[in-house]
Structures are given as C-alpha cells and as structure tokens.
Design a protein around this ligand. Sequence first.
Ligand SMILES: C[S@@+](CC[C@H](N)C(=O)[O-])C[C@H]1O[C@@H](n2cnc3c(N)ncnc32)[C@H](O)[C@@H]1O
Length: 251
Amino acid sequence: MSTTRIIFGFHAVISRLRQHPDSVREIYVDAGRSDQRIRSLASLAESRQVRLIFCEHDRLEKMAGGSRHHSVAAIVDQTILASSIDDVLDALNGPARLLILDGIQDPHNLGACLRVADAFGVHAVIAPKDRAVGLTATVYQVSSGAADTVPYIAVTNLARTMRQIKARDIWIVGTADDAEHDLHDFSIHSSVAWVFGSEEKGMRRLTRETCDQLVRIPMQGGVESLNVSVSAGICLFETFRQHSGKINNGN
Ligand SMILES: C[S@@+](CC[C@H](N)C(=O)[O-])C[C@H]1O[C@@H](n2cnc3c(N)ncnc32)[C@H](O)[C@@H]1O
C-alpha cells in the first residue's frame, strides 16, 4: 500500500499533475472560485483523468492545517524520485551537480533551495534524516513544484555520504561567510557538490572538515551572512554561468 500526502497551491498541484499524473488521487478546489486559473486546472485534471472536487473553504483550511493553500489541495501518492545517491549518479552521463544541505530547519528555506536547485539543473538535494525539516506540505508549496522534479535524498550519516560522493570524483565545496576563498576567484569543477549550513549554526564541524574546499560569497553591507537559499541561488548560478561559458568557449 502506498503512502499518501496532501500538497497545496496551484504551482505544486499543477507541477505534480504534469510530472506524475498517476500519483494524483484527487484534487480539492474552493467552491467559491470559478476564475480562469481554476478552469485551466480543471481542464488539466480532466485531461489526466483526475477527479476534481469542489468543496467548502473550511474544508481546505482544515486540510491545510495552517499552510497557505491558495484554494487548491491534492491528495497524492508519495513519489520517490531516487532512493540513493548511487541511483542518481549511476544514471548520469555528464558532470554531476549536487546540493548538500546540512540541517535546514525552515520549510520555506528548503522549498526555496529546491526551487533554485531545479532552476540550475541540480541532480539531487541531499540532507540528513535527523535534525532537518524534510519534505513537508509547506516545502512542497514553496518549492513551486521542484519537490517533484529534484530528487531529495535523506541520509543517516551525512559525512559518510560526502565521502561516498568524493569517491566518485565529485569536488565538495562548503560555503561559509568566514571561508578563505572568494567565489569571485573560484574556478568551479565540472562535477561539484555544494554544501550549505543551517540557518542558525551553519555547517557542522564534521561536515565542514569533510569538504574539499570552503568558499565565501563576498558581501558589502553590515549583515553577517546571507539566507541559505539566497546563498544556494548565487553559487548555483555561478556554477551554471561558468559551466555554460566553458561549453560556449569549447573548453
Ligand atoms: C544563515 S547562514 C548561517 C549563519 C550561521 N550563523 C553561521 O555561523 O554560519 C546559512 C548558510 O548560508 C550560507 N551562507 C550565508 N552567507 C554566506 C556567505 N557570505 N558566503 C558563503 N556562504 C554563506 C552558508 O552555507 C551558511 O551555513
């Protein structure tokens, strides 16, 4: 028997319908809405043969349990995009791009990290099973569908997983505002795993020590550090920029 979960919001529900229509059991829509957005969703659901149920606003509120639902929810089967890092790496036929998140607590940050991971072609997001938020309904919603496109792999021992990644010739770059190397002067390896720390404490000591190199994003103002998803966006954009430059220059 497969486990189900509830996802909320137009982006999350539409993305799930497009990526994994067979996993969508039913969709709930606020009966008070009949605008164009709802009509497009209804026609997409019909084309994928998924039942759309118009219900009272209160029912959606209860289903959402405090999350913002934007008048739409869906009951879906849990999808597992990949169960191990080896699954992901074995399926690649080019350089790897990975994102390692060491203990993100805030679902908004994890959702935003998944979103930038999707935008910049990350092959998997890896995080510890314990002391990290995991794929909650809010993460799904904030990720705007990226939780359905980027494999999220929760591991028991992050440092051990990092060593496995290194053994596959992937360069591991940790990020910290006190790192010696500056992102400006940093040539990013073709296969790279970026590591980001938690909101409050940054990377744990062992995680930091297991990195091949540490890099900082230069900042000008008075704040000590950037938000983790903003940092991930900057580093992944820079990776994308350098790697596409290499392709364009024929290197
Ligand atoms: C909010 S910061 C953590 C701040 C925490 N107080 C610390 O001591 O690291 C969350 C994560 O974003 C990344 N980050 C934030 N600012 C950065 C910067 N200027 N350069 C590199 N990474 C940064 C790091 O991965 C950091 O662990």
